[in-house]
Design a protein around this ligand. Structure first.
Ligand code: 5GP
Ligand code: ZN
Length: 122
């Protein structure tokens, strides 16, 4: 837990967010500035800064987090199958485009097939 972290505050319910999922380990909510019709953020309850801070010791919770992402995508409007799908993105560090220093996965989809190469708004 980190006192001044906005995602820790969302996890604790101190800042409002449109939550779509929560359990003991993870919280998912709508991105405040969506890049596509479906744009969720899936965060750890524990304050971990980024994917640069994970190691093989984290395989358990990281596996559960990655396995949760497709379920949340489908439950929240992404289309199933090869013609549907979603993008799972973890910006990590300044050169990775991370703005909020609390580990999170973007789950983005629910629109036309992806034409851009990397950036969600391409
Ligand atoms: P990053 O650039 O760190 O990968 O992504 C941070 C994301 O958090 C951005 O897409 C931004 O729109 C979203 N965001 C930042 N502050 C808030 C907030 O207070 N509430 C919500 N729901 N999303 C936020
Ligand atoms: Zn945090």
């Amino acid at each position: 837990m980190s006192d001044n972290c906005i995602f820790c505050k969302i996890s604790r319910g101190e800042i409002p967010a449109k939550k779509v999922y929560e359990d003991d380990e993870f919280v998912a909510f709508q991105d405040i500035n969506p890049a596509a019709p479906v744009h969720l953020l899936l965060i750890t309850r524990r304050h971990i800064e980024s994917m640069q801070d994970v190691s093989p010791d984290d395989a358990g919770w990281l596996g559960r987090m990655m396995a949760l992402a497709p379920r949340l995508a489908l439950e929240n409007g992404c289309n199933p199958g090869a013609q549907g799908g979603f993008r799972l993105l973890a910006n990590s560090g300044a050169e990775g485009g991370q703005e909020v220093p609390h580990l999170h996965f973007h789950i983005i989809g629910g629109s036309r097939p992806w034409k851009g190469r990397v950036a969600p708004n391409a």
